[in-house]
Structures are given as structure tokens and as C-alpha cells.
Write a protein that binds this ligand. Structure first.
Ligand SMILES: *[C@@H]1O[C@H](CO)[C@@H](O)[C@H](O)[C@H]1NC(C)=O
Ligand SMILES: *[C@@H]1O[C@H](CO)[C@@H](O)[C@H](O)[C@H]1NC(C)=O
Ligand SMILES: *[C@@H]1O[C@H](CO)[C@@H](O)[C@H](O)[C@H]1NC(C)=O
Length: 298
């Protein structure tokens, strides 16, 4: 009996450790209570009603050991419209861009649950549904944010979740780095040579900047750095590029917000985990704020 209890305790300890092990800081349940908003980055869809599939970027993170916002997060989620009024029996489609019908996002669309919630519970994946107001705009847009709908954000996967260490001893990357997320996540997208992607500047060391852009990549123009024929066919190149959260380096640029990627730039980027190099065409800049608290526009 005692042995059994010890066994159970060990199992609990291991699973708790495992949940925390991904992060260099503890994430106790219920912690990091605050209002947390999300920038909506819609996927390609053929439907203009019903739930929207999208990437959601934590809006806004913040450096600071005591901040409840000290994570960069990009998650894969589903946004389902809720009917707003008694006079509206069925939920209306959310009035926001639906790519590829709307090729550009142009404005900032966000969802914010009005009450505080625990970011730790979201990181622990015990909290997977958030009801909130959907806005055209946010506190950092030049126009006042416009409430456009109510919706439920269902978290399907925490694709990127990184603790932001405020120590000035953390060295900045020498080169500009972005993480990428495909806009067409359908299986037919796996073989399309022309890809639209969202790129999120990788937040790593103070003060840093939070920049989200929309780019296109003509993968027929990609090539490989060294002779690695096994890695360098069009199928493998597409596979690498379409891996959500993959890291790109722009070795010709230092990692400053002054060097951020803005339209109509075309620049060669390199996937850091492999030999692939591609020209990246920047189509639009969606959101840009300067750290360490990300409340100043770039
Ligand atoms: C939309 O429909 C087209 C044509 O049927 C198809 O090729 C494409 O994969 C669809 N896109 C998505 C995101 O489902
Ligand atoms: C979002 O707001 C801007 C600024 O008011 C407006 O120009 C734009 O048309 C709005 N977008 C949609 C889809 O209504
Ligand atoms: C933050 O970075 C500093 C400097 O590299 C390191 O000593 C410290 O352990 C890090 N803190 C956490 C929580 O990872």
C-alpha cells in the first residue's frame, strides 16, 4: 500500500515535472492571471461562415519575471462566432478577411476575453476555450478598435510557446530571425509551389520587438546551401517550409527593429535547421510593437 502510494506520488511528480519541463520557469495552475488578447491570423478557407481556422498570436507579450504576460505564444485555434442579440437567432459570419478571397489582412483583428484568465492554464492545456469580443483593431491601431462580433476561441495546439527571459545577459541573435506559419494548412497546400505565410519575429532578448507580417514564397525559386540532394527536392523543401513554427534567419540583417521586414521587400531567408534558402516577398506588415513591454509602436 505504502509502496503503491509512493509509486503514485512518483508518477504525479514526474507528470508535473513533465508539464513544467518545457519551460524554464514554473507554471502553477491558476497563475499569470490577466487580460490576454490574441491577434487573429486567418488561414485560407473556402467558407465565409461558421468557424474560422487561424493562427493566434499573444497580443501583447511582455518581458519581466513578474509579468503575467512573459511568453511569446502562437497557437493553432478555431474561432466560432456566437450570436450576439436576442434578435439574432443564428450567429452571423465574422466580418473580417477570408483569404484567399481577401488576399491581404490590411488591418489588425483581435479577440479578447473581457475577464482575466490564467495564461498558465492555457499553457498547461487545461484551459482550451475562451469566449471573447472580436475587434477590428486593437489598442495599438491608429483608429479605435471596433467590436465586430462575439466568438469562442478553441485552442487546438500550442505551436509556439516560449518564456521571455528579461535578463540582459541573454545575448541577442546576431541575425534577424522570424518564425513562420503557413496560411494554407489544407492537405492540398502541401504540394502548391506558391505559399503564403505569416512570419512572427522571434522574441528572444530585451528589448526586442513583436512584428507580424504576411509574406509569399515561390518555392520553385528556393535552393539549398550545400549539395544535400536528399534534403533538396521540391517535396522536402515544401515540407520544411510548411512546418509550423520553423525558424528563418536573414543573415544579411542585424536583429534590430529598424531592419524589420517591410513591404515590398524581397529578401533571401534561410531555414536555420536545414539547408533551404528562399527569396521571401513581404506583402504586408500587420503588427509591430517594441519591447520590453511592447506598448510602443515600431
Ligand atoms: C478551396 O477549394 C479549392 C478548389 O476546390 C481547393 O483546391 C482548395 O484546396 C480549397 N482550399 C482549402 C483551404 O480548403
Ligand atoms: C476595419 O477598420 C478599418 C478602419 O476603420 C476600416 O477601414 C476597414 O474597412 C475595417 N475592416 C472591415 C473588414 O470592416
Ligand atoms: C535567464 O537568463 C539568464 C542569463 O542567461 C540565466 O542565468 C537564467 O537562468 C535565465 N532564467 C531562466 C528562468 O531561464
Amino acid at each position: 500500500m505504502i509502496l503503491q502510494n509512493i509509486f503514485v506520488l512518483v508518477i504525479i511528480a514526474i507528470s508535473t515535472l513533465r508539464a513544467d519541463a518545457q519551460y524554464p520557469v514554473p507554471i502553477p495552475p491558476g497563475g499569470r492571471m490577466a487580460v490576454h488578447g490574441w491577434l487573429i491570423l486567418p488561414w485560407n478557407t473556402n467558407a465565409t461562415e461558421g468557424p474560422i481556422q487561424a493562427w493566434f498570436s499573444h497580443h501583447v507579450p511582455e518581458f519581466g519575471a513578474d509579468s503575467p504576460h512573459n511568453f511569446q505564444i502562437v497557437l493553432n485555434g478555431l474561432l466560432t462566432p456566437l450570436s450576439c442579440f436576442n434578435t439574432e437567432p443564428i450567429a452571423q459570419p465574422i466580418p473580417m478577411p477570408y483569404p484567399p478571397r481577401d488576399p491581404l489582412i490590411q488591418y489588425e483583428y483581435t479577440i479578447t476575453p473581457p475577464p482575466e484568465f490564467s495564461l498558465n492554464d492555457l499553457l498547461l492545456q487545461t484551459l482550451t476555450e475562451l469566449k471573447g469580443s472580436i475587434y477590428n483593431g486593437s489598442f495599438d491601431t491608429p483608429y479605435e478598435r471596433i467590436p465586430i462580433a462575439l466568438g469562442t476561441l478553441t485552442v487546438r495546439e500550442l505551436t509556439t510557446a516560449v518564456y521571455l527571459n528579461e535578463s540582459t545577459s541573454v545575448p541577442s541573435y546576431p541575425d534577424l530571425r522570424y518564425l513562420s506559419y503557413p496560411r494554407d494548412m489544407s492537405s492540398s497546400g502541401d504540394t502548391k509551389p506558391f505559399q503564403h505565410m505569416y512570419f512572427a519575429h522571434e522574441i528572444h532578448s530585451v528589448p526586442d520587438f513583436d512584428h507580424i507580417i504576411h509574406v509569399s514564397i515561390d518555392t520553385t525559386q528556393c535552393h539549398c546551401e550545400k549539395s544535400s540532394p536528399l534534403l533538396c527536392n521540391s517535396k522536402k523543401i515544401l515540407q520544411q517550409i510548411r512546418t509550423p513554427g520553423v525558424e528563418w534567419s536573414f543573415p544579411t540583417l542585424t536583429n534590430d527593429f529598424q531592419n524589420r521586414l517591410l513591404p515590398p521587400t524581397v529578401i533571401k531567408g534561410r531555414i536555420t535547421s536545414g539547408p533551404v534558402l528562399c527569396p521571401i516577398t513581404v506583402l504586408e506588415s500587420i503588427h509591430c510593437m517594441i519591447g520590453p513591454d511592447f506598448n510602443h509602436k515600431c
